[in-house]
Design a protein around this ligand. Structure first.
Ligand SMILES: Cc1cc2nc3c(=O)[nH]c(=O)nc-3n(C[C@H](O)[C@H](O)[C@H](O)COP(=O)(O)O)c2cc1C
Length: 188
């Protein structure tokens, strides 16, 4: 069951923009993050939740999509995320959250996928622009953004060939993600 969820939890970049992500789901995603591991149990991460089209329209232009797919400018109108979670670090608590951000992101995305939603971690963010748009105080560092919605694309995992890690999209619009085999990961 957990493996099924992990398999389904792909990075989705095209959505049915008309599908609202309920605020209660965004809150339950933060609840999953809240219950996750935290270095020194400092719990320095904070979250801003958005599921309205006005805010989503403001956030979208600050994000960069699928760096390997140079010819694709990102999701077009109608297939853009209908919600975002902006993950922040409270610098008054610490400026080193080790890997809390990734653990929390995975917990949140698994929660979304379990409810037939999905998303993509966006690390390539125009942070100062986003800070201005959302009026985020300097106290908080913008770590990353989760772009969320009802996935409207098929994503499949392929065995890696010729060490080529670049994801790509085929003529049918299916997104392919090459993954290294387990024997490459385990060092004997
Ligand atoms: C920390 C982190 C930052 C990422 N930043 C971006 C990003 O800025 N834009 C994007 O389109 N995808 C981003 N991704 C998604 C990766 O490209 C994706 O995880 C990878 O292609 C593997 O696909 P999968 O998540 O379906 O396994 C990011 C993923 C991680 C973990």
């Amino acid at each position: 069951m957990l493996k099924d969820l992990i398999l389904k939890n792909r990075s989705y970049r095209r959505f049915d923009q008309s599908a609202i992500v309920p605020m209660r789901l965004l809150r339950s995603m933060v609840e999953a993050a809240r219950l996750s591991a935290s270095a020194r149990n400092m719990q320095p991460l904070r979250y801003m939740l958005f599921n309205d089209s006005y805010s989503c329209g403001k956030i979208f232009p600050t994000l960069a999509w699928a760096g390997y797919m140079k010819e694709w400018p990102g999701p077009e109108d109608g297939e853009r995320p209908s919600a975002y979670i902006v993950q922040l670090g409270d610098l008054e608590l610490t400026n080193d959250w080790w890997c809390d951000d990734g653990i929390a992101a995975q917990s949140m995305l698994l929660t979304a996928v379990e409810q037939e939603f999905g998303g993509c971690i966006i690390g390539s963010v125009q942070r100062e622009k986003l800070r201005d748009i959302l009026n985020i105080p300097e106290r908080y560092k913008i770590i990353q953004v989760l772009a969320l919605g009802k996935p409207a694309e098929e994503v499949v995992i392929d065995e890696i060939a010729n060490d080529d890690i670049k994801y790509w999209r085929d003529e049918e619009g299916v997104h392919h993600v090459p993954k290294r085999g387990i024997d490459e990961l385990i060092i004997r």
